[in-house]
Each structure stands twice: as C-alpha cells, then as structure tokens.
Design a binder for this molecule. Sequence first.
Ligand code: CA
Length: 506
Amino acid sequence: MDLIRRNGLNSMYIRRVVYNQAKKVLRFKMISDRIRLDDTSNKQAERFSPEMISSTMTKSLAGKLVPAILIVMAWAWELPAEAVAPRPNVLFLFADDMRADTIAALGDKVAKTPTLDALVQRGFTMKNAYCMGGNSGAVCTPSRNMMLSGNAYFRWKDFKPPQGQKGAISPGDGPNFPLSMAAAGYETFHHGKRGNTAPLIQAKFEHNKYLENDQTERKTGEPGKVIADSAIDFLKTRSNQKPFFMYLAFGNPHDPRVADKKYLDQIDASKIELPANFLPQHPFDNGDLKVRDEQLAPTPRPPDVIKQQWHEYYAVQMAFDHHMGRILDHLKASDQLDNTLIVFSADQGVALGSHGLLGKQNLYDPSMKSPLIFAGPGVPKGQSDALLYLFDIYPTVCELVGSEAPKGIDGRSFASVISGKSTKHREALLLAYLKVQRAVVTPHDKLIQYPKVRITQLFNRKTDPLEMKNLFEDPDEFDRWQDLFRKMEDLQDKFGDDLPLNRPMN
Ligand SMILES: [Ca+2]
C-alpha cells in the first residue's frame, strides 16, 4: 500500500514539475513577444534578456510551441497544486466530557492512560485549552459546532437550521474544518456520537458515520470500541492516494459510564480521593443547578457516591484509552504512524464533585478546560500554558500541515506556540454559559460573573488554580477586578455577546 501511495505522489510530482516547466516556457514566449514589441524598453530587455537569450529556446521556436505548451499545462494541472505536496495524515481523537487533569502522564495518580501518556511523552501538551461555553445545557453541541466551524457560538445566533431551534448549531457552509481539509487535498472521515453534535458541518465529511445509539454504545462495557473498529477498517480498505483527515468524535467518558469488570478491577479504588475542590453543594444558585447533569447524584453530594462515579470514570477512560491505542497500533503496523499528526482533545471537561457540581454547566476549570495534545511529524516534545480556545485547533491544524489557515473566523492558529516561536497566544478568554454566567480568564486571574444573582468571583490562577478562594471582597483587588470587567466587556463586543453583566457598582 505504501508503494502505491509513493507512486501516486511521484505521479503528482511529475505533473507538477511538467506544469512548472511549461509555465516557464510560456512566460519566456510572452516576454520574448514583449521585448520584440517594445524594443525601446532597454530596462525590460536588461531585466529579462541574459537568461532568456542564453536559453536553448529561440524566440521563433517558442512561438510555434504555444499551443502545445497549453495542452501540456492542461494535462499537468489536472490535479490541484495543493494535493501535490505530501502532507501528513491527521488523526483527531475527540473525547466527550473528559477533564484536562485526568491523564496519568500529566500527574493523575489513579488514571490508567498508557496511550495518552505516550502522546504526552513524545508530543506537545497545551495546558490551557478552553471550551468557550454554551448556549445550551448540552454544552457538547455548541462546543463541537464551535470547534468544527472555528467560530464563537454567538456568530450563528440568527441562523435557523432546517431542523431544530434558531441559533442552536452552526451552518454547514464553509469555511469549516472538513471543507478546509478537503481543499488541502485530504480524504475526510468522521465517525462519532449521534447526539448533540454539529450535523450540518459533519455532513461535509467525505465519509460521515454515526454510532447507531450513543447510550447503547456507552453501556457495552467497551467504550470507544465501535468507532475504533470502524476507523481501523477504513484505514485497511482505503486506497491511500490522498492523505487522510480522520475526526473520531467519541461519546466517552460521558455518562452513563459503564466499563467491563476487567477495567474496573485495574483501577485502585483505595487511591481514589474526592477532588481537592470538592464541596457537598455549590454555595449559591449559579442559574442552572437543576439541569440534567446535576441530577446524577443527590445534593448534598455523598462522598461515597462521588468516589464511585470517579471509579467508573477512570475505568471508562482506561477502556477508551485502550481502544484509541488500537488505532495507533494499526497505524504503526501499517507504517503510517510516523507520517500522521495526532491531535487529542475533548469537547469540555466535567465537574464530578468539584465545587459541589457534577456536570459542565458552569465556568470553573474542571468543566471548561479540555485536554489537548499534539504529536507527530514536526511536533516537538513540550508543554505550554498559552491560553486558547478549542476553536483555535482547526486553523492550527491547517497551518501544521502546511495549508492555509482559514480567514474570517474567530479561531486563530497557535502553531507558533507548538514550534516554540512564541509562548503566548490569547491575552484573555471570554467564557459564557446561557444568560446566567460569564467569565474572563487571563494568565493570572479568573473572574466569574453571575448576572442573575449579581455575584462575582475572583480567583488568582497562579496561587489558587483550584479556584477555592474568592478574592472579590478583598479591597486590595479592587483595581484588578475593575480591569477584568473591562476585558470581559471588550471580549463580549468582539464576539457579539450582548448579555448585560449586572456588574457590581464601582
Ligand atoms: Ca461533552
């Protein structure tokens, strides 16, 4: 198969070379004519004559060749120029409700994630990758639509999809991730969960598959297996004429979290502790405490129930990691791993007891931060604290594979951070949830505003990364939160968010 791929590239390469040579001859002919018509232009003659006159082509011969040159160019141009450059394959593994802090190689003492650990060890980890938030309790939906479109969800608030509510999902028209990758010469493949996704954009993948039933898959005991099997089958049967872009949008480790006993038994339950920022209940009404996810355990949260949920989460994550590993094993066995850029992330995190919450309908880090790892050709080993949105991934991948980053979207490539040319990406992030929560994140601080109940939280991200000590009432912090509110309002203007903040008096 590899031989076929190489031959395919060679054929494309030859066409490109022929095209370029033909173009040179044609240009020579046009220049020759120009010199002949404008003999008084010594400047032109000086600029073009020396190489041209020394060419073996004579002006008269070139004149007779023009029709032939055009025919040769038409043949050579049959394939787009972008398809000629050998780009790496791209395998994008996308999890559902997975926290950024539950990978063993990044410090989790209980997690068993050998596949992800290997990516961390050889790749580049972005430690401050955020979902912008959601216009729905099903945060998966806006998150996936933002990531695939490269836009903040405010951009499609007036779009009425053929099915569903106005403003719920992004239009499928480009630019978007699958269309940009197809334009760059990729064979595009999506297989993913069926519910709460970006169906209009996913329809743009050349191969577009869905799980039959997300809940059934989550209860098989082998989370991730169906999609991994399908991905491996695709890799085995494709022609390899083009590089592939595979977007595998798993439905795990989202609840219901059911893992086979063999995974449950390998997680050491005695090591499982409550999150360091666990609370029995959230200290005030954040505007959405009765949403589905918050009903998955009683309030106040019983510690043993939360620990049991963590056991299930770790076991599902372990199974899911195993099945992702099978795809990488296949790439290695088929000699494609070295030429495949791997990206791993998740639509957002999940609270699982942090701050007294269970789901992702809040703007604390455990819910809004996603894991994000890049590994593969051209990606150095390293980590970065640069602030970014998940919707920055799409232009970044375009740049990393040598294609053009799309214009006119909110997403901005952070490829220069991965290459080590810069250490910063975004100065500040706006996070948003329905009309009840807004936050601004900077490298140093996080300010969360709850406009409905007029409560403000200010956390020092450097000294209090777990967001446990609200500094808002501290008189020394007055200037700081004033400045953060200004940043938040600027970002609201930038992204088209018109929610009144009901900010405190100053
Ligand atoms: Ca999700």
